[in-house]
Design a protein around this ligand. Structure first.
Ligand SMILES: CC(C)(COP(=O)(O)OP(=O)(O)OC[C@H]1O[C@@H](n2cnc3c(N)ncnc32)[C@H](O)[C@@H]1OP(=O)(O)O)[C@@H](O)C(=O)NCCC(=O)NCCS
Length: 175
């Protein structure tokens, strides 16, 4: 199993994993499945922003993927990203999620990001456990801010601070 940047040829595998999560889980709070063109647009948008999409690949299949984008679309949030991670349902529990997350954290540090945010359905024990093992700390629990499958969903926010710099833009003391 190899972790690498996604290629356009990975998009069908990514779409299938995404749609499975839409149809069967509360990991993503969408109810509509997407087509390949939707994921192609997302792929191009991430590339244009300079943000990675990583895949776990076994030589033939995409086993999982992870990516991040801007957390909020205001200038002041520019050093914070929010990520998503999905491992194919028949591949859970083999270390793929952890490997993808470690690679994604490295990439966030490499491009100078300061904080990674995970918004996780509060009942998703597996994802919360994985994130806590990687050093993420829960900073918020928002009751009943979502719904899927006819019930309310709580959202937990976890964050990982990636460095200890005092100067956000690394340009020294301003007047
Ligand atoms: C959450 C998810 C990404 C974890 O990926 P994974 O490849 O199954 O996880 P790993 O095998 O790398 O396990 C990492 C750690 O999490 C733990 N873990 C994984 N799934 C778990 C579960 N369902 N319950 C409890 N712990 C779990 C593992 O035991 C391991 O902990 P350890 O290091 O203490 O042994 C994967 O289950 C998934 O894609 N789920 C559906 C989509 C989703 O929930 N995405 C996250 C949205 S925020």
């Amino acid at each position: 199993m190899q972790i690498r940047d996604a290629l356009e040829t990975d998009l069908q595998g990514i779409t299938d994993i995404y749609n499975h999560a839409v149809a069967h889980t509360t990991a993503i709070w969408n109810e509509r499945e997407v087509d390949l063109e939707n994921r192609r647009t997302w792929f191009n948008d991430r590339a244009a922003a300079g943000y990675p999409i990583l895949v776990a690949f076994n030589g033939t299949d995409v086993l999982g993927y992870a990516s991040f984008g801007d957390w909020r679309a205001f200038d002041g949030f520019r050093h914070t990203v929010e990520h998503s991670i999905y491992v194919r349902a028949d591949q859970h529990g083999q270390g793929i999620g952890r490997a993808l997350m470690e690679a994604l954290i490295t990439r966030a540090r490499l491009i100078g990001k300061h904080v990674m945010v995970a918004g996780i359905e509060a009942g998703n024990a597996g994802s919360i456990h994985l994130h806590e093992k990687l050093g993420f700390k829960q900073v918020a629990h928002m009751p009943q801010v979502g719904t899927k499958f006819g019930r309310w969903l709580d959202l937990a926010f976890l964050q990982l601070t990636l460095d200890t710099r005092d100067d956000p833009d690394g340009i020294g003391q301003r007047q």
